[in-house]
Design a binder for this molecule. Structure first.
Ligand SMILES: Nc1ncnc2c1ncn2[C@@H]1O[C@H](COP(=O)(O)OP(=O)(O)OP(=O)(O)O)[C@@H](O)[C@H]1O
Ligand SMILES: Nc1nc2c(ncn2[C@@H]2O[C@H](COP(=O)(O)O)[C@@H](O)[C@H]2O)c(=O)[nH]1
Length: 194
């Protein structure tokens, strides 16, 4: 493996449609590979039951999010599902990469495109559902959105699925542990080895 490839693999950007399982797979990586650093995003969305500030997200006000943008604190940010703003705090990413830890961002397509511009050496991974029907089942089964919000998310999901070819690698999330292991392997192996 070349030095260039090692640099390329250390930051993984994970994206994919709503409810494909990005958060679940990221939680599995956190559980089984504590050596991997995972970014905690800031969002203006309200917490879901069980979500903790600083663990799942930094839940911030619109004013605080405006301040973070103005002060250049965010590596990327976007309005997602036409509903709330989400962004990646820049400094923790820089610190994780400087410390040599493998690092991962779990963000939407718009954010991934921004990171592609500023950090083209990152590895862009698309998490894909086994089928559209299974994606809808997971979204409904999660039970965290209203029917109206689910519809909005599925509109974005169609656009995100169409962007798969922009990514370096696709992982199909059939099973959570297997998907997490494939993701971690990408941080240490060439995609062509898998
Ligand atoms: N491999 C899998 N098999 C079956 N169910 C899964 C799998 N992965 C995730 N799920 C379930 O699918 C639902 C959506 O998962 P999750 O919330 O992680 O998706 P997400 O991609 O982070 O969604 P969003 O982009 O909307 O935040 C959850 O109920 C989760 O338990
Ligand atoms: N561009 C960014 N997108 C992000 C970030 N953190 C999360 N996300 C994406 O938002 C949607 C919705 O998440 P949810 O928790 O409300 O279901 C999902 O696609 C996430 O990947 C971020 O920092 N930047």
């Amino acid at each position: 493996m070349t030095d260039a490839h090692e640099r390329r693999s250390r930051l993984v950007v994970l994206a994919g449609p709503t409810a494909v399982g990005k958060g679940t797979v990221a939680a599995e990586v956190r559980r089984s590979h504590p050596e991997v650093w995972i970014s905690v995003s800031a969002t203006t969305r309200k917490p879901r039951p069980g979500e903790e500030n600083g663990v799942h997200y930094w839940f911030v006000s619109d004013e605080e999010f405006d301040r973070m943008i103005a002060e250049g604190d965010l590596l990327e940010w976007a309005v997602v599902h036409q509903a709330a703003r989400y962004g990646t705090p820049r400094q923790p990413v820089d610190l994780a990469l400087a410390s040599g830890r493998p690092a991962m961002l779990e963000i939407d397509l718009q954010g991934a495109r921004q990171v592609r511009e500023t950090m083209p050496d990152a590895l862009f991974v698309f998490l894909k559902p086994p089928s559209w029907e299974e994606l809808v089942r997971r979204l409904v089964g999660r039970g965290t959105e209203s029917a109206e919000e689910r519809e909005r998310r599925l509109v974005t999901a169609r656009e995100e699925l169409a962007a798969e070819t922009e990514f370096d690698v696709t992982i199909v999330n059939h099973e959570v542990h297997a998907a997490a292991e494939q993701l971690v392997a990408l941080m240490t192996h060439s995609p062509t080895d898998l």
